[in-house]
Design a protein around this ligand. Structure first.
Ligand code: ATP
Ligand code: MG
Length: 241
């Protein structure tokens, strides 16, 4: 493994709980999560359906407010920010791949990937050049780049969502099941891209997955069950060769 890991902390969660709803119908999706993610680290979160994986990464990414506990991302607590500051902080620092892709249906693949750069105020031409570069790394040809999401396969849409998460080089990339719709070879290529982003550019990645074929891309695996992290495993497998 390349020895590029610094000791800087990207994400620090302490005692996070999240309760949806109230009273008899409430669901305690997170029941006390302590977690640190280091800069340069790829952490995978695994566990059975409904155990709280999406809820946890949504709290980390500032999409969802926690009920209790603290969550510091690059020295900032997004929950204490007003909406515009939080949106700006997220836009500059966090890339998120949603489980359901959440692509904009009226924009082409290329335009979807360019969106984070346009939001950050980059000139359109420059944004499209960078989006083209990222989609090329994700094995997209010109026709696919100019297609609307509805004309792409599930796996192609998933790669657009990945491109959109990394295009602006955010310091934290959070992915919910990034390889679930991909065949084995494409899944490995996508993980190589993500791993390269984490190692070479000193970013932090949190990847939720059920896909055992990609476990050896992780530095650490956190196993969740019933709203808690049950164990951490250090991954000794070298995947950089
Ligand atoms: N918006 C919501 N309102 C009410 N309950 C919710 C909401 N979102 C999630 N939950 C509940 O919280 C628990 C954790 O859900 P979560 O989506 O985090 O699970 P998950 O581990 O991501 O599952 P999967 O692997 O199926 O995606 C589940 O019991 C779910 O029903
Ligand atoms: Mg989920």
């Amino acid at each position: 493994m390349q020895a590029l890991h610094s000791k800087k902390i990207a994400v620090s969660c302490q005692g996070i709980t999240k309760t949806f709803g109230e009273g008899a119908n409430s669901v305690q999706a997170l029941q006390g999560i302590d977690l640190e993610v280091m800069v340069g680290e790829l952490l995978m979160l695994v566990g059975p359906s409904g155990c709280g994986k999406t809820t946890l990464i949504s709290v980390i990414a500032g999409i969802l407010d926690r009920t209790e506990g603290s969550c510091i991302v690059f020295d900032e607590d997004m929950q204490g920010m007003d909406t515009s500051r939080r949106t700006r902080f997220r836009g500059e620092n966090i890339g998120f791949v949603f489980q359901a892709y959440n692509l904009l249906p009226t924009l082409t693949a290329l335009e979807n990937v360019a969106v984070p750069l346009l939001i950050l105020g980059r000139p359109r031409k420059q944004a499209l050049i960078r989006a083209r570069e990222v989609l090329g790394q994700l094995q997209f040809d010109n026709r696919m780049m100019l297609s609307l999401p509805k004309d792409l396969s599930g796996g192609q849409q998933q790669r657009v969502a990945l491109g959109r998460a990394v295009v602006h080089k955010p310091r934290l990339i959070v992915c919910d099941e990034p390889t679930s719709a991909l065949d084995h070879v494409t899944g490995l290529k996508v993980m190589e891209l993500l791993r390269g982003v984490a190692l070479q550019e000193e970013r932090a990645l949190v990847v939720v997955t059920h896909d055992a074929r990609i476990f050896n891309f992780a530095d650490r695996i956190a196993r969740m069950d019933d709203g808690r992290i049950k164990s951490f495993e250090q991954n000794g497998v070298n995947h950089d060769s």
